[in-house]
Design a protein around this ligand. Structure first.
Ligand SMILES: C[S@@+](CC[C@H](N)C(=O)[O-])C[C@H]1O[C@@H](n2cnc3c(N)ncnc32)[C@H](O)[C@@H]1O
Length: 280
């Protein structure tokens, strides 16, 4: 196991900004590529469209947007993490997606979003992390052009299950959830999207979608363990676990994953909701 370092609790974004976390985000994005592509098609993302990916992270959804909007479209990725954004943009440009650009911005700040309004404003796994999620959602709705769409996908961590129930998986899930609770994230954001749309003044969604994934524990535990490692510095800083406790728990997870390798493990549910803005 790699060295576990503590971090001051001022880092409100619980997953951190390590190279390992960036790799985890890329791997996670590949898993949800079909579920996201399906909704981009559902809201009718067409050639020449203008798109915003709010909290774009490694830019995997920007690529899906660029493939659909084509060279005459435009795709802006926005994220607080300027170094991850720069990496995302280099990868997209290398792949020929020159209609993509990136802007470093904190969406809780209320500054204008460059290039607004957009035909599609999209956010995946962003609102989950933001205590000000309804205000940010209202800001994103403002950035939608008349006739355009707001599309959001977010997690409900209640989807994480294993049969039979195992203490190791439950405890890893409990620590991850406690960290998110401690920093003001909401682990049920996906299920709350219709309520959030109402609170943000968007109105009832035009549609919703629930995507899931089932894997044997032998492979499914990888996402769980990588997420645990990403939030561990914050867990230690908040006293949610100890370094020794974490090491012991990961060893137990290893043993369970070997012993119950074929047991089915469910990922968090990825829940989507969308709304079209009326033509003015
Ligand atoms: C879990 S990642 C999801 C990345 C990407 N949307 C995806 O699904 O692959 C959340 C992203 O939101 C960004 N983020 C967190 N707080 C933010 C804020 N206040 N404003 C803009 N981006 C933020 C993080 O830097 C991170 O890249």
């Amino acid at each position: 196991m790699s060295t576990i370092e503590t971090e001051r609790p001022q880092a409100r974004y619980a997953l951190g900004h390590s190279p390992e976390e960036y790799d985890r985000l890329r791997a996670q994005a590949r898993v949800w590529e079909d579920a996201t592509g399906r909704l981009l098609d559902r809201v009718g993302l067409v050639p020449s469209a203008s798109c915003l990916d709010a909290g774009c992270g490694p830019g995997e959804t920007m690529r899906l947007m660029a493939e659909r909007a084509g060279p005459s479209g435009r795709v802006l990725g926005l994220d607080t993490d300027a170094s991850l954004g720069a990496m995302a943009l280099a990868t997209l440009h290398d792949a020929g997606h020159h209609q993509c650009s990136f802007h470093a911005q904190d969406l809780t700040g209320g500054e204008p979003i460059p290039g607004e309004p957009f035909d599609l404003v999209y956010a995946r796994l962003l609102l989950f992390h933001l205590p000000q999620r309804a205000a940010v959602l209202a800001r994103l709705w403002d950035a939608v052009a008349p006739g355009g769409h707001l599309l959001v996908q977010d997690y409900d961590l209640r989807g994480i299950t294993v049969l039979p129930a195992l203490h190791s998986v439950g405890e890893v899930g409990r620590i991850i959830t406690s960290v998110f609770d401690a920093v003001g994230a909401d682990v049920h954001t996906g299920a709350r999207l219709p309520q959030l749309f109402a609170q943000a003044g968007v109105g009832a969604p035009d549609g919703s979608d629930v995507a899931g994934r089932l894997e044997p524990l032998a492979t499914g535990r990888v996402l769980l363990e990588r997420t645990f490692r990403s939030v561990l510095p914050v867990a230690l800083a908040y006293g949610i676990t100890t370094s020794a406790g974490a090491t012991e728990l990961l060893a137990l997870l290893d043993r369970d994953a070997a012993r119950f390798a074929d047991c089915p493990m469910g990922w968090p549910l990825l829940i989507g909701a969308w709304k079209r803005k009326e033509q003015s």
